[in-house]
Design a protein. Structure first.
Length: 445
């Protein structure tokens, strides 16, 4: 079992992308500042040149033009980032060839030069906002909202699965409701002559249906409250039923809840339903599929999926971490696992949780090589760096520490770490620790 990755090439591609992305977003900040300046300076100019009775037409300058600048900048940045990803195209073709071998049921679809549906989405959004701010016509705005919903559904490949009007309405209505709220907010803002009311109401609605639920889901997941996570994700899906990120979130949460087969099924279906998805989204779907397979004991197959994820998006630290974890789970190629972790550290940055998990996997790999002192030191560093509120990942580190102690021959210490993992997490890591603990106790008796 061995991947076919050239880690040096992936490092170079990831570093070049990182530099280009930083320059692109600096340009974005400048253009948005320019648009905001037009908003501030445009109104006095409108007041001078346009009669107050038709002041609404002046909003074309004070709102429409800045919106065109903002969305045009976003489109330019998307095209720029796409050009930076061109070196990944060969990688992606190699990944697709691997996928055809290990996933024969996967439909073959050509990869577009960029995600044209996202650009269409932004263009329709621009027209929608332009209409609302310039004409304050809610009817036309809702028409654009419906068009926007159709583009969104088609870009996610869901049109093939929407076989009834009721099912289609379940996907279109939430989007239309959102833009209806947006149009109502603009109307209220105009009636009150208080421009700040519209964005405040829209942000409140978005916060209530997306931002706050997302925060609560992450908080509950870190605290290993898996039943609450499932309930909140299902509630969020009612508002965003065709949003790929929310569907992916459900698949990821099922994986952490210890349901790898269900997670694998959701992520595989979403991958099939997104033939025009970006390289990043496809990679982000392949990664949990690979981990779900590995947690079902299918290490060789899982390794190939995570390998494909890394080929499509070599700037994601989690992919390096997970590829190395599959090697140590299988108990093979520990040197390769260490090389992958080092390549990941040189390629991109890591969050505190990812850094702590990397130390845990590194300790496990060192123990497989018989370097027990270095392995225990790495495990200690992992516990010292993991955030205190990340209970689920503390359980993961206890599971890894137990594996190190098992390899060292310290069965009692291993059993204690397994017990702590079980006490901390009722999901994936707790279940794996409970199984390992039962096997350990059965062998001892």
């Amino acid at each position: 079992m061995r991947d076919q990755l050239d880690l040096g090439v992936l490092e170079q591609q990831a570093q070049a992308y990182k530099r280009g992305r930083q320059r692109s977003w600096r340009a974005t900040i400048f253009m948005f500042a320019l648009a905001y300046g037009l908003i501030l300076l445009g109104q006095p100019l409108v007041d001078r040149l346009i009669h107050p009775n038709i002041r609404g037409d002046g909003l074309v300058l004070t709102a429409g033009l800045p919106l065109v600048i903002m969305v045009g900048t976003l489109i330019a940045v998307m095209l720029r980032l796409n050009s930076l990803q061109q070196p990944w195209a060969a990688n992606s073709r190699k990944a697709d060839a691997i996928l055809r071998e290990i996933w024969p049921e996967l439909p073959t679809t050509p990869i577009p030069p960029w995600n044209q549906y996202e650009i269409a989405y932004l263009i329709v959004m621009t027209l929608l906002l332009f209409v609302i701010f310039s004409w304050q016509n809610i009817g036309i705005a809702i028409g654009f909202a419906i068009l926007n919903a159709v583009i969104s559904i088609y870009s996610h490949g869901l049109a093939r699965r929407l076989t009834s009007f009721a099912q289609a309405a379940g996907h279109v209505i939430p989007t239309v409701v959102f833009y209806g709220v947006f149009g109502l907010a603009v109307a209220v803002s105009s009636w009150m002559d208080a421009p700040v009311v519209a964005p405040a109401l829209v942000l409140a609605w978005w916060g209530y249906t997306a931002i706050l639920p997302g925060y609560r889901i992450r908080t509950a997941l870190r605290a290993s409250r898996h039943s609450e996570v499932e309930q909140r994700v299902n509630s969020m899906l009612r508002w965003y039923p065709d949003t790929a990120n929310v569907i992916l979130l459900k698949g990821t949460c099922l994986l952490f809840a210890g349901k790898p087969a269900e997670s694998e099924a959701i992520c595989r279906q979403l991958y099939i339903d997104m033939p025009h998805g970006s390289l990043w989204m496809k990679a982000t779907l392949l990664n949990p599929i690979g981990m779900a397979l590995s947690y079902q004991g299918r290490f060789a197959e899982g390794l190939r999926f995570v390998e494909c994820a890394l080929l499509k998006s070599p700037n994601m630290m989690a992919f390096y971490l997970n590829l190395a974890e599959i090697y140590v789970q299988a108990g093979t190629e520990a040197h390769r696992a260490l090389d992958i972790l080092e390549a990941g550290e040189r390629s991109t940055t890591a969050t505190p949780v990812t850094r702590s998990l990397m130390q845990g996997v590194r300790g496990w790999a060192l123990a497989l090589l018989g370097q027990y002192a270095e392995a225990e030191a790495s495990i200690e560093r992992s516990f010292s760096s993991v955030p205190k509120n990340s209970i689920i990942f503390q359980a993961a580190l206890h599971y890894m520490a137990a594996q190190v102690q098992l390899l060292k021959g310290e069965r009692e210490k291993a059993a204690e770490h397994f017990r702590q993992a079980v006490a901390l997490d009722t999901g994936l890591y707790g279940q794996r620790a409970a199984k390992a603990l039962a096997e350990l106790e059965a062998a001892a008796s």
